[in-house]
Design a protein around this ligand. Structure first.
Ligand code: NAI
Length: 518
């Protein structure tokens, strides 16, 4: 049975800025009476007037009936002082991101609201435990972390501090459900779920850029058109703002006592130093404004289609990976011959594909150059992970330094014939999509291993909070945990950095063969 607060209950929203208004919009539209308060004079009236317009435009677009809009609008009530929220069953705070200000607000509220009123904070970066510490009854304080823009983003992280009572978190969870949201329980730890698990999406891209794997436009295109992410990491960082993104990374890094997993990038720091904050300042990785020319992704020119392609199934490599590509090659009219997964003379490992003398492997975290040497097969080309073999329009390849032009061109021609735009990135270990997804899965597994959230929770959070095409753990299972762990181990070997240490939970699931969640 749902523990949600009943419709018609009073929800107070303190702070009527971008987030508070969004929260009020959603709660009022779900039939809750919302009292809005803000310390700034005139802000509440402005917020309510703006929300009236928002409901009006939803009616125009046919997404809300006129009746529902009128009812929602009537549910928005201004509070001229904090005392006027005394009848609230739930208070949601969305004021400045400052520990002192939040503590002071909740201490004032304790003297105003009833004993059973639930206090919720929308903080995105402050410890819920710390906010609740000075309260008389910290067990009723919980995080209710919405994502921007609130009406469009389904995720709500319901964050429990050390003192938070489970029953309180459950009521907030079910109430978020009643508001049409997708809540997920989380433990109060730095970054909660999304702001922690998403770090590698930016950090690996920044490292790739730092190592000159490719330029931002090219890496963005590979992650978007190959990986299936809605936005590439550089365009997304430009949208978020480098000041905000750098500060989140730095605060998570500091909060984990300098764990190298979260080390910020000097590239980001320099952008902040320069004032190149992204879209909002007219320049970040890209230029904005009327005259700005968007750089295009590097794409290989048309190459000749090779005569034949042969496939073998690498041991440990999920068939899904080679099957997807094989289906596209067959559709392109290739006679695909299977051969035993035995290496050619001189090679130690069987490649996924062979074409015109080139051995083509899915990246396993080593460079193509290293693999060419290990296999004594100079003509080695690697391909990057692709999110969805049916839909992907671009694939990244990396060429061993020893590889001949003829063999490389055969591989380019093969992928082009299969309908991919082919992007060559420099021969960096783990390539782009694979390295990013492996690190996202690793971070997700650690969050689960440390009790921050459940496996289902982290996968929902990353899909609903940052629009990832798949949950990182389900994605890792689709690739094969052996492949993911192998990539991380090779990255750890290459860089010698603790950053790439493998989550114990990934190893455990690899060993026990169990699914993360069904
Ligand atoms: P905002 O600046 O748009 O709105 C904050 C509002 O709070 C302002 O209207 C301000 O006058 C009012 N305020 C400040 N101190 C107050 C006080 N002591 N009592 C009453 N009202 C006060 O900020 P925004 O973006 O709405 O963020 C608010 C909170 O939500 C922050 O804690 C932030 O970390 C959190 N958050 C923000 C997200 C975002 O993307 N902007 C995402 C998730 C959480």
């Amino acid at each position: 049975m749902s523990k949600a607060l009943a419709a018609g209950s009073v929800v107070a929203v303190i702070g009527s800025g971008a987030m508070g208004s969004g929260i009020a919009q959603v709660a009022a539209a779900s039939g809750y009476r919302v009292r809005l308060y803000d310390a700034r004079a005139g802000q509440v009236d402005k917020a309510i007037a703006d929300l009236g317009k928002v409901y009006g435009s939803l009616v125009e677009k046919g997404r809300m009936t006129g009746e529902a809009a009128a009812a929602a609008r009537a549910n928005l009530l201004p509070a001229a002082s904090l005392d006027e929220v005394a009848d609230a069953a739930l208070v949601v705070e969305a004021i400045v991101e400052d520990l002192g200000a939040k503590r002071a607000l909740f201490q004032s509220l304790e003297a105003i609201v009833g004993a059973d009123t639930i206090l919720a904070t929308n903080t995105s970066s402050i410890s819920v435990t710390a906010i609740g510490a000075p309260l008389q009854r910290p067990q009723r304080l919980v995080g209710m972390h919405f994502f921007n823009p609130v009406p469009l983003m389904a995720l709500v992280e319901v964050v429990s501090g050390l003192a938070t009572e489970r029953a309180v978190a459950d009521v907030v969870f079910d109430t978020a459900l009643a508001w049409g949201k997708n809540p997920v329980h989380a433990k109060s730890t730095p970054g909660f779920i999304v702001n922690r698990v998403a770090r590698p999406f930016y950090a690996e891209a920044l490292r790739l850029l730092n190592e000159q794997a490719a330029d931002p436009a090219t890496l963005d295109a590979v992650l978007r058109e190959g990986g299936g992410f809605r936005m590439g990491p550089f365009e997304l960082m430009d949208l978020i703002g480098h000041d905000v993104n750098f500060s989140v990374t730095s605060s998570v890094h500091a909060a984990y006592f300098g764990d190298p997993r979260y080390t910020p990038s000097v590239i980001q720091q320099e952008l902040v130093n320069a004032g190149f904050l992204g879209r909002k300042s007219g320049r970040g990785f890209y230029h904005y404004g009327p005259d700005a020319v968007r750089p295009v992704a590097a794409t290989e020119p048309a190459a000749e289609r090779p005569e034949w392609v042969s496939i073998s199934i690498e041991p440990g490599l999920k068939q899904a990976v080679t099957d997807g590509l094989e289906a596209r090659l067959r559709k392109a009219g290739f006679e695909v011959s299977h051969r035993k997964p035995l290496p050619h003379a001189g090679e130690r490992e069987a490649p996924a594909f062979h074409t015109n003398g080139a051995a083509v492997f899915l990246t396993d975290g080593r460079s193509a150059t290293e693999r060419a040497r290990a296999n004594q097969h100079p003509d080695t080309v690697l391909f990057d992970l692709v999110g969805d073999w049916d839909k992907a329009s671009r694939i990244a390849v990396a060429r061993a330094d020893q590889c001949s032009e003829k063999a490389y061109q055969a591989v380019v021609g093969m992928f082009q014939a299969a309908g991919f735009a082919v992007t060559r990135i420099d021969d960096v270990p783990g390539m782009a999509v694979m390295r990013t997804v492996a690190m996202l899965a690793n971070e997700a597994a650690d969050a689960v291993n440390q009790g921050v959230c459940s496996a289902a929770g982290v996968d929902i959070a990353m899909q609903k909070g940052v629009n990832y095409p798949r949950g990182p753990l389900a994605w890792a299972e689709a690739i094969g945990l052996a492949q993911v762990v192998g990539v991380l181990e090779h990255l750890a070997q290459t860089y010698g950095e603790d950053r790439y240490r493998v989550s114990p939970l990934l190893r455990r699931h690899l060993a026990n063969g169990k699914r993360f969640h069904v």
